[in-house]
Structure formats: C-alpha cells, structure tokens
Design a protein around this ligand. Structure first.
Ligand code: GRF
Length: 215
C-alpha cells in the first residue's frame, strides 16, 4: 500500500483578526506552501482567527492564557504545549499572538517558532511598530519574519520586506500597506521552511531571498 507523504504540520497561534493566517491558509490551498494547518490556538475566545479556521474546517481552540497580561502562566503554557504536541506540529507560526513566549515553551520548540513583526527589525521592536516608525519620521517601514528566541523581537531574521512611508500617511494607511506586505511575505517564508530551504547559522540565515522591496 502506498502511504501519502506526511505533510509539514503548522500550529498557528493568534489573538486577533487573523489576516496573516488567512493568507497562509490560502497559499496552502493554492499549492504554494507544502504544509497543512494542524491546529489553530488563541488566547482570545472571540478572535477572528478562530472563526476563520473553523470556517475552513480546521481544528481551532481557545486556550485561556491564565493570570498574566502579557505572557502565559505555567498552567496555560503546559496546555498550549500539549495541544501542539498532540497535533504533531513541526512549526509554530505566531500570527498576531499577543503574548510573550518563554523558557519552557521555546525549549520545547527550539528553532521552530516563527513570528512576523510589523517593522524592519532591529528598528522598532514592541507594540504598534508601524506607528513607532511613522512617529519617528522613518522614510522606510516594513515587516520582518524571524525565529523566536528568548528576547522580544530579537531572533534570527529569515526575511524582510520594505514599505515606503508616503507623505500624508496616517498610522492606519501605513499599517494597511505593511499588512499587505506581511500577507505576501509570511506564506513565502513558511513555504521555504516547509521545503527545508532555509539554513540557520547562529544569527545568519541562508537559502531564501525573496524581494526585499514592495514593487
Ligand atoms: C500583524 O500585523 C503582525 O505584524 C503582528 O500582529 C498582526 C496580526 O494581524 N505580529 P492579523 O491577526 O494577522 O490580522
């Protein structure tokens, strides 16, 4: 008997509307990313990302984050780990997950957690990075896909996309264009990871170089 080849399995974590998740799921469906979404987890019961996943017939679960505001408590961390292990996840994809992941979680999935951040790191880590760029007067904004390490937005960079800041941009208009770039870039990076195309040597990564500028 011929067994279907096992596909690369994604565990997607998000707290928000889920536009990055939708872009990833669409890219999988279109055959551009050789992976499958094994499970979607959220710390926000009403999050759009859970609704999008359920509409697509994917496993989606709300897991309470516990007693802290910006991270998971120990009980919650264990429940996230268990759900990801049960789903036999190869890669944890953070898609707007608003909690910092720490020690045990990162040790369990070392080098296998990716995030997308709405700035050209190392500029503007932290919250509302597109607004930080605008308020600072930067002329180029953008987004970064990186591996997650113990710091905040500090892990090895896998890919970046620059977005020009225009005269008259508001935080909302710039955010929209940065998110457009994210929805294009993130699925490409996940595809490259699923194909095993990216090599990581400390901070330096090789093997994958998508266009760095929105044309
Ligand atoms: C994205 O803009 C990403 O940069 C940040 O969180 C946002 C999530 O948006 N990490 P969405 O839920 O994917 O629409």
């Amino acid at each position: 008997m011929v067994h279907a080849q096992r596909r690369f399995r994604l565990g997607v974590l998000g707290s928000g509307k889920g536009s990055n998740f939708v872009a990833i799921a669409d890219a999988i469906q279109a055959g551009r990313v050789p992976a499958e979404v094994a499970v979607v987890l959220s710390d926000v019961e009403s999050a759009g990302i859970l609704q999008h996943a359920r509409q697509r017939g994917l496993a989606a679960q709300y897991l309470p984050p516990g007693r802290f505001r910006t991270k998971l408590d120990e009980v919650a961390e264990a429940s996230y780990l268990q759900a990801l292990r049960e789903a036999e996840v190869d890669l944890v994809v953070l898609a707007g997950f608003m909690r910092i992941l720490k020690g045990e979680f990162l040790r369990a999935f070392e080098g296998r957690v990716v995030n997308i951040h709405p700035s050209l790191l190392p500029s503007f880590p932290g919250l509302e990075a597109w607004r930080q760029a605008l308020d600072y007067g930067a002329k180029v904004a953008g987004c970064t896909v990186h591996l997650v390490d113990q710091g905040i937005d500090t892990g090895p960079i896998l890919a970046q996309r620059a977005v020009a800041v225009r005269d008259g941009d508001t935080a909302a208009s710039l955010h929209e264009r940065v998110q457009e770039a994210e929805r294009d870039l993130y699925p490409q990076v996940i595809g490259a990871l699923a194909r095993g195309e990216i090599q990581v040597h400390g901070r330096l990564t090789r093997g994958f170089r998508p266009p760095a500028v929105t044309e």
